[in-house]
Design a protein around this ligand. Structure first.
Ligand code: F6P
Length: 425
């Protein structure tokens, strides 16, 4: 079938995240200005075949979507197009399905297809590429776990949400002298936990990349007690393995889909209460991290990604994924991005800065000194230390300028002073 107009397709696949609409808008505006029509497939790869479902996109029906969360095209997680099982194991796509997709390309006269997705969705795009279909990828995920790009859009928005949650938990934790555990998403990468933990003033950050123990977590809480800080904020990433190596899962799946993570926050809170008897509460942030509009950073990144994806198609650079390698937007083969999970480097500057501030990662690296990763012996018998730690009085040395009096403070002043001390970060 002959087509007068040059046509590009776009779809959003996998779990949604803030910034998807900004990519769509960026692609549409760029395509239109370069004389291309653009169509959006509905519900991710599902819209490509049996039945083929799409809408023509233009400046009019994408106006105002820059700031909107979710995706106007809808999305499907896995569905009939699942090219991975578990973290990275490849699943071959059904050849009948592939033939159907090829027929859609031909019928619509697609010059290229922009696939916006995370590692699973980009693995599908890679198989399209190997099949000979012109495709480019755009990395999307709040987890920030794709290699070859410094950041995926959606991550900054998720971190902003988790940081806001910590700000709120901070005041209630201080008021009640409680331990508050915040469970965040991120699958097998600790990026959200690390960044939100730093930005939100977390005291303990537990992430998949740094092995930790309950003893060290409790030790940090007691250390803060000793300093007069009677509350503690613990940030735990859903994919942080328990000290025995077990992952806490919300459900075990029998089908080919990835196991859903979740529940570690409750385990951590339970253990803290059991071991040191501290009043502890849990907040599981869940899908709030995926909802809402994108931050300014994500709007800028997503807009550039959408625009650059169209450029790749116009230049015929298929099988490539756009990426952010500061300060530039570039592209790499999709395969490079999906082959390896991007995880937090336990020696990165962010981790080192956090340690220098006294943030605990539940390991023992910070005990000997604030910088670097000096290994010291783990505190093994914490329970025998607890009475001592709790009974040690806090001795305050008044500065020379302050005149002291033997008169007892009025009761309401004492309470206010205690609150002010406890509320310090
Ligand atoms: O990959 C994004 C993500 O939000 C993960 O952080 C989380 O584990 C997972 O998706 C949740 O998936 P679902 O929306 O299918 O429950």
């Amino acid at each position: 079938m002959a087509h007068a107009a040059k046509r590009i397709g776009i779809l959003t696949s996998g779990g949604d995240c803030p910034g998807l609409n900004a990519v769509i808008r960026g692609a549409v505006k760029t395509a239109e200005r370069h004389g291309y029509e653009i169509v959006g497939f509905i519900k991710g790869y599902e819209g490509l075949v049996d039945p083929v479902t799409y809408i023509p996109l233009n400046g009019k029906n994408t106006a105002g979507i820059l700031t909107q969360g979710g995706t106007i095209l809808g999305s499907t997680n896995k569905g009939r197009f699942a090219a991975t099982v578990g973290v990275q194991d490849r699943l071959e796509l059904d050849p009948v399905l592939m033939a159907g997709v090829q027929a859609t390309y031909e019928q619509l006269g697609l010059h290229g297809l922009i696939c916006v997705g995370g590692d699973g969705s980009l693995a599908v795009a890679q198989q399209f590429h190997e099949y000979g279909l012109p495709v480019v990828g755009v990395p999307k995920t709040i987890d920030n776990d794709l290699s070859a790009t410094a950041f995926t859009f959606g991550f900054d928005s998720a971190v902003a949400c988790a940081t806001d949650a910590l700000d709120r938990l901070h005041t209630t934790a201080a008021s009640h002298e409680r331990v508050l555990v915040l469970e965040v998403m991120g699958r097998h990468a600790g990026w959200i936990g690390l960044y939100a933990g730093i930005a939100g003033g977390g005291d303990v950050i537990l992430i998949p990349e740094i092995p930790w123990t309950f003893e060290n977590v409790c030790s940090k809480i007691l250390e803060r007690d000793q300093q007069g800080k009677k509350f503690t904020l613990v940030v735990v990433a859903e994919g942080a393995e328990l000290p025995d190596g077990e992952l806490v899962t919300a459900e075990r799946r029998q089908d080919c889909r990835q196991t859903r993570l979740g529940g570690i926050g409750n385990v951590v809170a339970y253990e803290i209460e059991k071991r040191i008897g501290r009043d502890t509460r849990v907040c599981v942030l869940g899908h709030l991290q995926r909802g809402g509009g994108p931050t300014t950073f994500d709007r800028v990144l997503a807009t550039q990604f959408g625009s650059h994806a169209v450029r790749l198609i116009i230049e015929g650079k298929f099988g490539e994924m756009v990426c952010y390698q500061p300060p530039s937007i570039l592209s790499v083969p999709i395969l490079t991005a999906v082959n390896k999970l991007s995880q937090v480097d336990a020696n990165s500057s962010a981790v080192q800065a956090a340690r220098a501030l006294g943030i605990s990662f539940g390991d023992t690296a910070n005990v000997a000194g604030p910088f670097g990763r000096k290994e010291v012996t783990e505190i093994e018998e914490l329970s025998s230390d607890i009475p001592d730690l709790l009974e040690t009085p806090v001795v305050e040395t008044p500065s020379e300028e302050v005149t002291t009096s033997d008169e007892p403070l009025p009761a309401e002043w004492e309470a206010a002073a205690a609150y002010a001390d406890a509320a310090m970060w």
